[in-house]
Design a protein around this ligand. Structure first.
Ligand SMILES: [Fe+2]
Length: 352
């Protein structure tokens, strides 16, 4: 099915095909080139300013299709070689990898992107690039524990935490990516032993999203939880007193920060150029724009994430309050490569 927003452009080009001489170099063709079709799993208020700024700088009009993360990948797959999609934006390197594995993306070489985006936050073959950073961290009940009681992901498997840990499903891509990073750091056997220990420590069978795990700590259902940082930042910045109260009760630990340790597991919100992109040059311009100082501000503010470009100043009170931390520099592309293995390990571990 042709998306509504493309129907006029497509019927115009069909008319041009019937009258080739009259259409070459004419306005309809040119205006078609100044377009970018963006398939985005993002829907934040700040994105309006982000896209308007891109159009202002480049004259390229942006058509946006919004959808759920996995359904956008499915949609491009179903549309096949005739997909109007130029750029896919989604969250988690594990999902970018799924799009790559499905043959939906193409490699991009860009000096701008290679200079601006640190190597560990992008695919080595340029299939996709990370534009903001989220960390998967440990939350704890400040009334029962100290920040030093648990300092590493490995500690989550310690029997000390039996019946005290909240975590969402092991099938969710965030936990698959974390487990994939454990595989990268420790190898298969140790990662599996870790996953078994974590599953054995769960306070309740996994349910809900990351916010529900943080809320579980605040309500006393568990003492520690695994979740992404932006869910906490959202609660901390909330205008609702009940949400703010949850954030106040819960402390944040960036794991594996010891001087010789590997750093905290980070993941990305990323984007890649679709293999069949009808406007490939515009797509690359858009990715380069996302790495610019001003775009990094818009892009990261929308979901309380850190800029991927390290020289961009952080302008977010909730994130500034969390302080600085050291990122694990394991390439995020590993989280995709190790994903099938991570799923098998989590299934065997009983982390449902
Ligand atoms: Fe999320």
């Amino acid at each position: 099915m042709i998306p509504g927003f493309l129907r006029p452009a497509l019927s115009q080009s069909l008319a041009c095909a019937a009258l080739i001489v009259g259409c070459i170099g004419s306005a309809p063709v040119l205006s078609q080139e100044q377009v970018l079709n963006l398939y985005s799993a993002r829907h934040y208020d700040t994105d309006e300013a982000l896209y308007a700024d891109f159009t202002k700088q480049t004259g390229i009009r942006l058509n946006r299709i919004e959808g759920g993360e996995d359904s956008l990948i499915e949609r491009i797959r179903n549309e096949g070689a005739r997909s109007p999609a130029d750029v896919l934006i989604t969250v988690d390197a594990g999902r970018m990898w799924r799009a790559e594995e499905a043959g939906l993306l193409q490699g991009v070489k860009s000096k701008v992107l290679e200079a601006r985006i640190p190597a560990h936050l992008r695919d080595p073959n340029g299939m996709w690039f990370g534009f903001s950073v989220r960390a998967r961290v440990i939350f704890y009940d400040k009334s029962k524990l100290k920040a030093t009681d648990i300092t590493r992901y490995e500690d989550l498997a310690d029997p000390r935490w039996n019946g005290k840990l909240c975590a969402r499903s092991g099938s969710h891509v965030y936990n698959l990516s974390l487990t994939a990073s454990m595989i990268g750091a420790l190898g298969d056997a140790k990662a599996e032993a870790w996953a078994k220990g974590v599953a054995a420590n769960l306070a309740r069978s996994p349910r809900g999203g990351d916010t529900d795990q943080i809320t579980g700590v605040a309500s006393g259902e568990c003492q520690i939880a695994l979740a992404n940082t932006y869910y906490y930042a959202r609660l901390a910045r909330s205008a609702k007193a009940a949400e703010k109260a949850v954030a106040d009760k819960v402390g944040v630990i960036f794991p594996n920060q010891g001087t010789k340790d590997r750093g905290t597991h980070v993941n990305i919100s990323g984007a890649g150029v679709v293999k069949s992109a009808p406007h490939r040059d515009n797509a690359i311009r858009f990715l380069e724009y996302l790495a610019s100082d001003s775009a990094q501000q818009y892009f990261t503010q929308g979901n309380n994430e850190w800029p991927a470009v390290p020289t961009v100043a952080l302008n977010n009170p909730a994130l500034n309050a969390l302080g600085k931390f050291r990122q694990d520099t394991q390439n995020v592309a590993n989280f995709g490569r190790n994903q099938p293995n991570a799923q098998k390990i989590l299934d065997r571990a009983g982390w449902k």
